[in-house]
Design a protein around this ligand. Structure first.
Ligand code: SF4
Length: 356
């Protein structure tokens, strides 16, 4: 039976009121929730895109200590920026933040744009981040749609379309926008955060805790008993297993390393040890670099999107000049340099091994 629009709106208002009451009682006390300043809110939103809250917290604190405002961020050196971000991964995010900071300082006198469109025009700020900053910092009515929101709303309306399709995502965005407009037109930031918090803590991917959920009376997937099958996702790309060999070559207190090109898609500008990858690697896998593979020092696992690497760290030797692009880097300088995650893992293994 189709409900009259006003009945639907009244029902949405009741659901949102219940959600906001729940949020008021259960919200986690996080530093970025204690401010309306768009700068720290932006920093937290960018960090949380690929990182869990507990893992992001120390990085957030350090980032704001090193770059307390947008002008300091805009004028920071790239090496410092990458060093502070090091460990969070997806380094393009940090570079784009600095580009956006430069634009804000140069074009807007250091003041954040206070419209959704103005935010969206900045480098690295897409619809999700623009909606998050617009609603949380400026109280503007823009729904955020992240993985948590998609899960909650697709269960709430029992959406059975594939959520990797943009038409399905748009349907969910319109639904969450309508919910916010009906129930929290002047508290949109809180509403957005409440939906995300519900997805993060109650409406979990596995075993959602429906009996504790403030939306349980309106949840269509729960009524049908299909909540664990929502959202519907197309089959994921199969994980490809590969091998990776890393050579640690030491001369005195220096290591043989190279800086990744600035236009590299992965970790541009980061320093790495000689490494090779392939389906199966032979004893002479470093021959193309003029390096002889020596003693095995240890192994590690490393994942990049759909590739899973079984890594092996070896002592290596070279005779004569370093291979093209490589140079000797003093161990003492490593703490001040952006180091790739693989090199970090390999050096840790090497340092645990005597005389490596
Ligand atoms: Fe998620 Fe269950 Fe709440 Fe529905 S009732 S929104 S499935 S936690």
């Amino acid at each position: 039976m189709t409900r009259a629009p006003s009945a639907g709106k009244a029902r949405d208002k009741t659901l949102v009121a219940s959600l906001l009451r729940w949020y008021g009682r259960h919200l986690r006390d996080l530093p970025w929730r204690r401010t309306k300043d768009p700068y720290p809110i932006w920093v937290s939103e960018i960090m949380l895109q690929q990182t869990r809250v507990t893992a992001a917290l120390p990085y957030y604190e350090r980032f704001l200590k090193e770059f307390p405002d947008i002008r300091v961020l805009a004028s920071a050196s790239e090496a410092k920026l990458l060093e502070v971000w090091s460990g969070l991964g997806y380094y393009r995010r940090a570079r784009q933040m600095q580009q956006a900071a430069k634009v804000i300082v140069a074009d807007q006198g250091g003041t954040f744009p206070d419209t959704y469109e103005g935010l969206l025009a900045l480098p690295g700020i897409g619809p999700y981040t623009a909606a998050a900053i617009a609603s949380i910092a400026f109280g503007l009515p823009h729904a955020v749609v992240d993985g948590n929101v998609i899960r909650v709303i697709s269960r709430l309306i029992n959406e059975d379309g594939d959520v990797s399709r943009s038409a399905t995502k748009e349907r969910l965005r319109l639904r969450v926008q309508a919910l916010g407009e009906a129930g929290a037109p002047r508290r949109f930031g809180q509403f957005n955060q409440a939906v995300m918090e519900l997805g993060a803590t109650v409406c979990a991917p596995r075993n959602p805790r429906c009996l504790l959920c403030p939306l349980q009376d309106g949840c269509e997937a729960r009524k049908e008993g299909v909540q664990e099958s929502r959202p519907v996702k197309a089959e994921k790309q199969r994980l490809v297993e590969l091998e990776m060999a890393v050579a640690v070559i030491r001369r005195g207190s220096r290591y043989l390393m190279r800086q990744r090109p600035a236009d590299s898609i992965l970790m541009p500008g980061f320093w790495e040890l000689p490494e090779v990858t392939g389906e199966t690697l032979t004893d002479d896998c470093f021959a193309g670099l003029g390096i002889r593979r020596g003693e095995y020092l240890g192994g590690f696992r490393h994942g990049i999107t759909f590739r899973s690497y079984r890594g092996a760290v070896y002592r290596g030797t070279i005779h004569g000049k370093p291979p093209a692009g490589y140079r000797w880097v003093a161990e003492a300088d490593l703490t001040e340099m952006p180091i790739s995650t693989v090199a970090r893992k390999a050096l840790k293994i090497a340092l645990q091994t005597k005389n490596a």
